[in-house]
Design a binder for this molecule. Structure first.
Ligand code: NAD
Length: 287
């Protein structure tokens, strides 16, 4: 079998970003994204800076609130409430993880669902589960768009998702189910993972263990979405799938980097514009 199609997440994300930029230029005012970072986690700092740059490049106003690690839970709740009540703000993003003394659930539950551009509130997750229009978590939404760049109709395919986090695995499994896939959501307690993976027409991996999925776990012709990002001591970035082995077996695969990562940021911009338009009762386009 010839080598897999390498899904160019960067190019696909750039395509979305240029469409969003064009759309923003036609809006009567600029959408506004407020981001909150608590503490000095270097990866989180990098992520929010990238997101701010992406927003500004598209003509989206963005604010970054940087709070010290010692910030009290009530202080963060007050900031989120202020942003909820600020009519200028369309989207609110609180960068995770938060320091241990702050409840992520409490903070996310404080965000107004119509400004929840990460799609993490119980209201948006509930709507997703009921297959209703909502703000969909960015990484899973990006995964579905990448998948559809290879195969538009995924109805009836067997999909295996590895990893059951609230931000990636669970909502991705839900989206795949909404696309009529037969979905298995696996995790650290799953038995016989290699055999399960071999049944997958679509294999999505979001664990954070570099090279966990070997080439002989992949069904020939499968589409593989590698969400994992691990920073190795030599400063290289590695995904959860053994890429060199996987390209010999899969039909298509997302590389790491330049696969799912750029789509996550593009989908955040998509959600920000979506939140802006919904809050102002624009006619929703279904793209
Ligand atoms: P998480 O730590 O919250 O969840 C990891 C999941 O993996 C858990 O559900 C756990 O049960 C499962 N797991 C752990 N070991 C396992 C094993 N041996 N076999 C099967 N399952 C196992 O992580 P997360 O926040 O979902 O992120 C997962 C990875 O995706 C990380 O590398 C993260 O950096 C990356 N990520 C990438 C993007 C992106 O835009 N590309 C976005 C979010 C997360």
């Amino acid at each position: 079998m010839s080598d897999a199609i390498i899904i160019d997440g960067k190019a696909i994300a750039d395509g979305y970003l240029s469409k969003i930029k064009e759309e923003v230029s036609r809006l009567p005012t600029r959408p506004c994204l407020a981001m909150v970072l608590v503490g000095d986690n270097p990866a989180s700092l990098l992520y929010v800076r990238y997101k701010k740059k992406y927003a500004e490049d598209l003509g989206i106003t963005s604010f970054l609130y940087m709070l010290p690690t010692e910030t009290k839970e009530e202080e963060l709740i007050h900031l989120v409430e202020d942003l909820n009540n600020n009519p200028q703000v369309d989207g609110i993003l609180v960068q995770l993880p938060l320091p241990d003394h702050i409840s992520e659930f409490k903070i996310i539950s404080t965000i107004r669902p119509d400004k929840d551009v990460d799609g993490f509130t119980k209201e948006n997750i509930g709507l997703l589960a009921l297959k209703q229009d909502c703000l969909v978590p960015c990484t899973p939404l990006g995964c579905i768009k990448l998948l559809k760049s290879v195969k538009d109709d995924i109805s009836g395919l067997n999909a295996v998702v590895i990893g059951r986090s609230n931000i990636v695995g669970r909502p991705l499994a839900q989206l795949l189910l909404n696309e009529n896939c037969t979905v298995t959501l696996s995790h650290s307690h799953t038995q016989n993972l290699p055999d399960l993976c071999l049944s997958a027409d679509i294999l999505a991996v979001a664990v954070g263990k570099p090279g966990l999925v070997k080439g002989n776990w992949i069904k020939p012709g499968a589409i593989v979405l590698d969400v994992g990002i691990s920073y190795l001591p030599d400063k290289s970035i590695k995904g959860d799938v053994d890429f060199e082995e996987a390209i010999k077996v899969a039909q298509a695969i997302t590389p790491v980097p330049k696969g799912v990562g750029p789509m996550t940021k593009a989908m955040l911009m998509h959600n920000t514009v979506k939140a802006y338009k919904r809050r102002r009762n624009f006619i929703e386009d279904k793209k």
